[in-house]
Design a protein around this ligand. Structure first.
Ligand code: PLP
Length: 422
């Protein structure tokens, strides 16, 4: 017998797809139009420019593919490398594993650096491997910035420094699928050559777009890259994109939705978006501590601000927590994948979210955990997160305003001269 519909909204707390804001949904309800009209480039050229701001690049080139993040992975690698090329890739979770699998299936020779799940990319080991590669046969280093399976964020800036310290010319390719738009990502500052994301996480859209940003070095590599490609070929896109078009029929609703979601991010301001994600993540981590449980991420330096993977006690199946949360409380939590299947559940805390929404998810997780026999005191995690959210808001409210700070630095009141010296 099918279950009756549950009233109210489903609490979507998987780490992607994330909630699509109403504004974005409305923006996607468009009549179809001619994607070869003279007006169409107004939309697309704006999107390319706006996405560069999200990737934090001035010199990079953005590509928008009708795919998901996986298509972005394939586009990035097949456009810049040749079959048989060697690439170096740390593996510490299901998504770093899947990117490696894709690279192997395209025909690259992948040197895998296995790290313990719950940790991330090791700059020391990367530097060591690159120093040992005197002939520079390694053409690219593949890093998953935020490993969604374990809730681990690696420090891409430090990986860049390791590559530079080794004096190695390999390209730096970064999967930002569950970081971009939620955790700071700096294409130019970190010297990222290929950045990849998808639409259904920080960009708050349905799945359907794979977005790649390529540095000038990656575009130069493209000229000699011999992997077979047609649908994802950068060259076709560069030719059509230059004047605001696509080499094939684009998904109009997704593009209009993307315009709205980028506007929402810019209205909040990217830095504030990152701060909000940090505060929400800290609230979730405070809850996990209050429950007496631990995260899959081994140390604070690995903690992710977009997803927390919560280890369940021995003898409990994490999948049961997820199923009960879904069926009884209308709460969707993320499953443990591959090696950690059954050992954890994941709370995605990214996208269009606020404090109270997170508190609702924590309350639901507590009930589901109790239902399967985990001895967490009801309300303990919620209270810890509430305390953190309140303390953060109070500190913000007490912080001096810009005018007050200026008056402190310039007690002579220079600020008055701005108003005509009055
Ligand atoms: N990379 C990471 C870090 C992810 O979290 C995911 C999906 O969750 C992917 C890649 C694959 O993206 P998609 O499912 O959009 O193809």
């Amino acid at each position: 017998m099918s279950q009756p519909r549950m009233p109210g909204r489903n609490f979507l707390f998987v780490p992607g797809p994330t909630n699509v804001p109403d504004r974005v949904m409305r923006a996607m309800m468009v009549a179809m139009e001619d994607h070869r009209s003279s007006k169409f480039p107004e939309l697309t050229l704006w999107l390319f420019g706006a996405l560069k701001k999200v990737f934090k690049t001035t010199s990079g080139q953005v590509f928008i593919f009708p795919s998901s993040g996986t298509g972005g992975w394939e586009a990035a690698l097949s456009n810049t490398l040749s079959p048989g090329d060697k690439v170096l890739a740390p593996r510490f979770g299901q998504f770093s594993h899947l990117w490696i699998d894709l690279a192997q299936r395209i025909g690259f020779d992948v040197a895998i650096q296995d790290e313990e799940w719950g940790t991330g990319a090791s700059p020391e080991r990367i530097e060591e491997a690159l120093r040992a590669d005197r002939k520079h046969s390694i053409k690219a280093v593949l890093i998953v910035h935020n490993e969604t399976a374990t809730g681990v964020t690696s420090d891409v800036g430090v990986v860049r420094r390791a590559i530079d310290a080794a004096g190695h010319p390999a390209m730096l390719c970064v999967d930002g699928v569950s970081s971009i738009g939620s955790i700071d990502f700096r294409m130019d500052d970190w010297g990222v050559d290929l950045g990849v994301t998808g639409s259904q996480k920080g960009l708050m859209l349905p799945a359907g777009l794979g977005i790649v940003c390529a540095s000038p070095k990656a575009l130069a590599a493209h000229k000699n890259a011999r992997c077979a490609r047609t649908y994802f070929d950068f060259a076709d896109h560069m030719k059509a994109n230059a004047t605001g078009y696509f080499p094939y029929t684009p998904s109009l609703p997704m593009l209009y939705g993307l315009r709205e979601s980028l506007n929402i991010l810019f209205e909040e301001r990217l830095n504030r978006v990152f701060e909000r994600h940090q505060v929400l993540a800290e609230g979730v981590r405070a809850a996990v501590k209050a429950w007496g449980l631990r995260l899959c991420a081994k140390e604070p330096k690995w903690y992710s601000n977009t997803v927390s993977a919560v280890m369940v006690p021995a003898g409990i199946n994490g999948a049961d927590v997820i199923d009960i949360a879904f069926r009884r409380y209308n709460l969707a939590l993320g499953a443990g994948l591959s090696k950690v299947a059954g050992k954890l559940f994941r709370v995605g805390h990214l996208g269009d979210l606020n404090d109270l929404m997170v508190l609702g998810a924590l309350a639901g997780a507590e009930m589901a955990m109790r239902d399967v026999g985990i001895d967490v005191p009801l309300g303990s995690g919620v209270a810890a997160a509430q305390a953190h959210f309140r303390a953060t808001i109070m500190a913000k409210d007490k912080a001096p305003t810009e005018t007050e700070r200026f008056a402190e630095i310039h007690p002579e009141g220079v600020i008055n001269t701005w108003a005509g010296g009055k």
